[in-house]
Design a protein. Structure first.
Length: 446
């Protein structure tokens, strides 16, 4: 059926409607006297996030050798030792490709995130499990998800809806601050509140777009209506969020809006700069979570084929994994392994920031589940078996933490299914082909 309206015209109208309705605060309540729930009786929010690093780990220096609690801390997990009782390490979980090629550094990440081995390297063949979680729990927040990359690569993401739809990431701490705490942010602890007339106007504009959508649907065939409905799912979410901003938010005891970072310095790939950028953005993200600006986040420390270099050196982490010989006495590549150690130091910093923020009767880390992972085990071999994966946090008491869980070459999709079920997504099956699973990792589920 010919509608007389081009796809470009429809997308322009839709994008205008969605863009003007981004900045919304989240309505939360005071804590109860025990610090375990909101004053109205609802539990404190449980957040979810991912933390990705590229080029894996060094065999024998990361994965514990025995399952269960009180696992052994090895050299590459030393930075997380202070938070050991809140971190679970998974081993023996593989990406199964069913004969599809293993694209170096571009198969393991998408395979884990989607439960489907990609046919084209670097693409998401299906929605990532974090986006499925965001669709379930992110509708009542100002941002459905916040995505950042510490390294200066704005395409560095493993999150999205698949079919070419990837979440954009922010690489600048200054821009990230402005997005979250700049225009559109409403301090929930401010004494006065006046509805923003711009927000009221934007809500009116969005209502007009909704009416246009209904008129357009009558001119389209069934397949186009289905695609249009999927696209407008996000617009309907924005409509409900706009209604929240026209009401006074309740105070949040943990919310203390930070000061803006000094300057807007662009970070490229120098490890020292990336580490500093990561720490600043981690602190901003933690406060965004405490202020209930979002419940879902994705952090990428570096990219899959890590382009990290050290100050004064042009040799990248990636190049070292290919060119550096294995030290006969050590049994591994020392300079490449030193990059892994530094990345794990950043992971320890991230855990410390989240665990250092009191909330209720615990910390911010206690009220969330973070899935940290890489795209390979040993980068030199590009292997996608025994993917390094961790759970951090206690998800508000929904998971057993501080464990070593060792699978038997199980599909890594089991871990993703577990994360979704912990976050109470109504899903029984995840993945496709050999990656399809109905079996969560029972050791960690309460």
């Amino acid at each position: 059926m010919k509608s007389g309206i081009s796809r470009r015209t429809v997308l322009r109208g839709i994008c205008q409607g969605a863009t003007v309705a981004v900045s919304l605060p989240y309505l939360d309540c005071f804590l109860n006297g025990n610090g375990t729930a909101l004053a109205a009786g609802a539990p404190l929010p449980v957040r979810f996030g991912t933390w990705f690093w590229g080029l894996g780990v060094t065999p024998g220096r990361f994965h514990p050798t025995r399952p269960g609690p009180d696992y052994d801390i090895l050299p590459e997990t030393e930075p997380m030792a202070p938070y050991k009782d809140k971190v679970t390490i998974f081993g023996g979980f593989d990406c199964l490709t069913d004969g599809k090629p293993n694209f170096p550094h571009a198969t393991g990440g998408p395979c884990f995130r989607t439960g489907v081995a990609p046919s084209v390297g670097g693409t998401l063949p299906a929605p990532s499990f974090d986006s499925i979680i965001a669709a379930h729990i992110g509708g009542g927040t100002r941002f459905r998800t916040l995505d950042v990359s510490a390294i200066g690569d704005r395409t560095n993401t493993l999150s999205g809806q698949g079919a070419g739809q990837m979440n954009p990431v922010e690489t600048s701490a200054a821009r990230f601050y402005q997005r979250v705490f700049g225009e559109g942010f409403v301090d929930p602890n401010a004494a006065a509140f006046t509805p923003d007339p711009v927000t009221m106007a934007r809500r009116s504009v969005l209502s007009v777009v909704t009416e246009q959508r209904r008129a357009l649907e009558r001119q389209l065939g069934a397949a186009d209506r289905a695609r249009l409905d999927q696209y407008f799912t996000g617009v309907r979410q924005v409509e409900s969020q706009l209604a929240l901003q026209l009401q006074k938010p309740q105070p949040l005891v943990a919310c203390q809006p930070p000061s803006a970072p000094a300057g807007e310095r662009e970070v490229a790939n120098v490890l020292e700069d990336v580490s500093a950028n990561h720490e600043v953005m981690a602190r901003l993200l933690a406060m965004a979570l405490a202020c209930n600006q979002t419940k879902v986040f994705n952090v990428s420390f570096n990219n899959g084929a890590s382009s990290l270099t050290r100050r004064g050196s042009a040799t990248s982490h990636h190049q070292l994994t290919h060119d550096e010989p294995i030290d006969a006495a050590l049994g591994y590549q020392p300079e490449s392994t030193r990059f892994v150690a530094d990345v794990m130091q950043a992971w320890g910093t991230f855990l410390g920031i989240l665990d250092g923020m009191p909330e209720g009767d615990g910390t911010l880390l206690d009220r969330m589940l973070v899935v940290a992972h890489s795209e390979t085990e040993l980068a030199k071999d590009h292997n996608i078996d025994n993917l390094p994966v961790m759970f951090a946090g206690r998800a508000g008491g929904r998971v057993r933490s501080g464990l070593s869980v060792i699978g038997k070459s199980d599909p890594v999709s089991r871990i993703a299914l577990t994360a979704m079920q912990v976050m109470e997504v109504p899903i029984d099956t995840f993945g496709a082909g050999s990656m399809e699973t109905r079996q969560p990792v029972g050791e960690v589920v309460i």
